[in-house]
Design a protein around this ligand. Sequence first.
Ligand code: 4AZ
Length: 276
Amino acid sequence: MSRTVVRTMTGALALAAATAVIPLVSPATAVADSIIIGGTPAHVADSPWVVALSSRDRFGGTRAGQFCGGVVVEPKKVLTAAHCLSREALGTDVGQVSDLRIISGRDELNGTGGKEIPVSGTWVNPGFDAATNGGDVAVLTLSEALPEQDTIPMAESGDSAYRAGTAATVYGWGDTTGYGDYASSLRSAGVSIMPDSSCEQAYPGGRTGAYDASSMLCAGEPEGGYDACQGDSGGPLVAQGRLVGLVSWGNGCGRAGSPGVYTRISAAIGWMTAAD
Ligand code: 4AZ
């Protein structure tokens, strides 16, 4: 099990969509030992900024083509993970995915609620490093504006929401067991923001990846059980009503001693500002 599992599920899904023979779960995830792992049903009415990323062309129609999460930060801007738009995840260059869209206002992927909005532009952080998962953010421009009330503020550097021990919530339609059981309805799980020292201890580098406190944060519970998982990538981690992280990577899902790792939003603000 290594941090490479972060990108294998979407890659596997893309392959499965293309060939219909590859299982939707990598051998790495099959050893995950816990079950949005530890979550409960959530509702977009209470969290309207959570969106699904979809391409039926790449991922098939059974779950409306959902393959990652995203979060609305401006009426026409959605943040997601850079790795969600990688060739490895999509099976092709993002520019070739002609039906890339976000689904807003829909809890149940197989339902008809809410809106599907085409993505008219993508910005992938040029500093994203697929080898370390550093800089894991991308910005989607929507072809149609969502209401201002559907946006969530981003927590800037120094915000108290980043403090270790803060209660946070992660949202997504991803794997609920670590065995490829993708949710069809939105779920959320409560996790605690962990001290950087614990994150560094959990991910010192090597096989399970290296934690970088300047660009990442980690969250979970010391005993495991509550976490994001495959398919949740790019989705929001929220604390004190503000966006603090994007689901990025981890060693398995919900394992004791292996917290989920998130893109640190205060760092992402810097990368995005530099691009303006
Ligand atoms: C993934 O592959 C993934 N437990 C997302 C989050 C975590 C692990 C893997 C964290 O999208």
